[in-house]
Design a protein around this ligand. Structure first.
Ligand SMILES: CC(C)(COP(=O)(O)OP(=O)(O)OC[C@H]1O[C@@H](n2cnc3c(N)ncnc32)[C@H](O)[C@@H]1OP(=O)(O)O)[C@@H](O)C(=O)NCCC(=O)NCCS
Length: 189
């Protein structure tokens, strides 16, 4: 697999998915600073400087050239130009063509189908452009909205791992959801 350098923006009905830019800082800070957004993300509540440092790291995450890397894209609402969240794709394994997705949305923009629209485009990218065989998502089992999103995407709950992570000060259980390329072809037909 040669990797992936998408042509940006990736367009969906209402969204443009594109690499981050330094002038996204205000929009990013608006959701990276919210406890309810980061409750189940691997990152903590961030102040403006911490958001800036995180943003600097995202600037280069615009292509997948080696397994193990994450593609990290800004979710821009086309109508207003606001960055309302981010969506991620990990190229997890080359020989076995495995991937992983992640996402986070500003609270004000949840409940409108935007995360579904962005994540579906990222699944398409992973299966159809990168050539992945299976894409998974790993989440805290208390993250109900994330589990519902994955089920809406047609992903299957494959595993429930008990106290497999010490997360933000306590033991956490995780769900693993996944979709294979043959299932993607069926759901996207
Ligand atoms: C997980 C997360 C991205 C889910 O976002 P979401 O907005 O609930 O997900 P969806 O995009 O699928 O939106 C679903 C809702 O939009 C509605 N919807 C779907 N299409 C729509 C459309 N075209 N117009 C308006 N509403 C629509 C659905 O009816 C559903 O509403 P409901 O929640 O009232 O049932 C969000 O909760 C989040 O960012 N959480 C914090 C970060 C996080 O935990 N990330 C995951 C770590 S594993």
């Amino acid at each position: 697999m040669p990797g992936l350098r998408p042509n940006y923006p990736l367009r969906t009905e209402r969204l443009d998915l594109r690499p981050h830019r330094m002038d996204d800082l205000d929009d990013l800070y608006a959701f990276h600073s919210r406890p309810e957004v980061v409750r189940y993300t691997p990152w903590p509540v961030r102040d403006r400087e911490q958001t800036r440092t995180a943003l600097e790291a995202k600037l280069a995450q615009d292509a997948l050239t080696e397994p193990g890397q994450w593609l990290v894209l800004a979710i821009e609402l086309r109508e207003t130009g606001t960055v309302i969240g981010e969506v991620l794709l990990k190229w997890a394994g080359e020989a076995d063509r495995q991937g992983e997705i992640g996402y986070a949305l500003h609270t004000d923009y949840q409940g409108k189908g935007y995360a579904f629209e962005a994540a579906r485009e990222i699944l398409r990218l992973g299966f159809e452009d990168l050539g992945l065989h299976r894409i998974c998502a790993i989440l805290d089992d208390r993250n109900g909205p994330s589990a519902l999103l994955l089920e809406r995407l047609g992903m299957r709950r494959e595993g429930h791992l008990l106290e497999c992570a010490f997360f933000k000060g306590e033991w956490a259980n995780e769900y693993i959801y996944a979709l294979r390329e043959d299932e993607w072809r069926t759901t996207s037909a």
